[in-house]
Write a protein that binds this ligand. Structure first.
Ligand code: BDR
Ligand code: CA
Length: 324
């Protein structure tokens, strides 16, 4: 079992990623930390807790701790993506009220404790702006160095989505991203080069709706909102950016990675937040990230479907650990 912590800004695709991770028997989710991104951190933290409650399905032994982190980047201006995820971050879909509270400590203290407790086995799934992770690096460098890996959804070797050059998570806090890429901690990067191809078509979404289920039905309601937003941009399929990160941790055969040097532009006139990926080794600097270049999209959708459906299986994730 891989021990993971999810740092996120739910966000509809974050929501799907969280629900997948909490269903995966291959993963132990030791906690969720929320950061401001798609919407403000009070909302992302509440959403993370509500998603954990949905996954737990009332089983007290499945209550995953959730900690609130930073709302804003230290230097960059506030960036949000409410036009995609809705003002509540989850496309207006109501989730169960959680029966447990947020952690009393901030995200960076929670990450430090989780890293130290794991004895070097903690992997971080970073699917929002990287502010909380950079805060951990700054506040607790020794504990941060014991993190086994950081799996990032962010950046692009090509074009951006927040600006022509920059992807949203990196653009929202480029200085934090630069600190993380320079940290020396092993990094995988699923940028837009692969996550844009992790797409679900309208007919694929209809097929999921037809299956339905305790978790899959609200997940599809969120994806309906997400698809409508994509259609507003003239696209007729949605990109499951964040879920691809969880998918490749569960099944490493789904994404092909290559080792590249990645630098983050923090001061560009037109390119702030761009990840500069040295594909041809021109800068002659050692690689600092494994960058996703290919994916098995059919295998990815099959894995997502299997995980989201498993909540309804006898002895599945909705039941208590003892019953499983
Ligand atoms: C990323 O930006 C956010 O809007 C999504 O949740 C995802 O993490 C895609 O660029
Ligand atoms: Ca996200």
């Amino acid at each position: 079992m891989k021990k993971i912590l999810i740092d996120c800004d739910p966000g509809i695709d974050d929501a799907i990623a969280i629900l997948m991770a909490l269903a995966a028997p291959e993963l132990e989710v030791v906690g969720i930390t929320a950061v401001g991104g798609n919407v403000g951190v009070d909302t992302t933290a509440r959403n993370a807790l509500a998603l954990a409650a949905l996954a737990a399905g009332g089983a007290p032994d499945r209550q995953v701790p959730v900690a609130r982190g930073a709302d804003l980047a230290m230097f960059a201006e506030k960036r949000r993506a409410e036009s995609v995820h809705g003002i509540d971050g989850l496309g207006g879909v109501r989730l169960p009220e959680p029966s447990w509270p947020l952690e009393k400590i901030p995200a960076w203290d929670f990450i430090r404790d989780a890293a130290l407790r794991s004895g070097g086995s903690l992997e971080i799934v970073a699917i929002g702006p990287l502010t909380n992770i950079a805060m951990t690096l700054a506040a607790y460098p020794a504990a941060a160095r014991s993190i086994k890996a950081i799996h990032i959804m962010g950046g692009s070797a090509g074009l951006g989505n927040a600006t022509p050059a920059a992807e949203f998570n990196i653009y929202a806090d480029p200085h934090a991203a630069a600190a993380v890429f320079q940290s020396g901690i092993p990094i995988t990067m699923c940028g837009l080069d692969v996550t844009r191809r992790a797409s679900l078509t309208p007919s694929g979404l209809e097929a999921l709706k037809a299956i339905g289920g305790r978790v899959l039905s609200p997940a599809c309601a969120m994806l309906d909102h997400y698809l409508a937003a994509y259609r507003g941009f003239g696209l007729n399929a949605l990109a499951l950016h964040d879920p691809l990160v969880v998918a490749h941790i569960v099944d490493p055969s789904l994404v092909t990675f290559r080792p590249y040097r990645v630098e983050v532009e923090t001061e560009g006139k037109y390119t702030t937040g761009k990840t500069v990926v040295d594909i041809h080794g021109i800068a002659k600097r050692p690689p600092n990230a494994q960058v996703g270049v290919e994916l098995d999209v059919v295998g990815f959708i099959a894995l997502m479907t299997r995980l989201l459906c498993s909540y309804d299986a006898p002895g599945g994730q909705g039941s208590s650990r003892e019953a499983r």
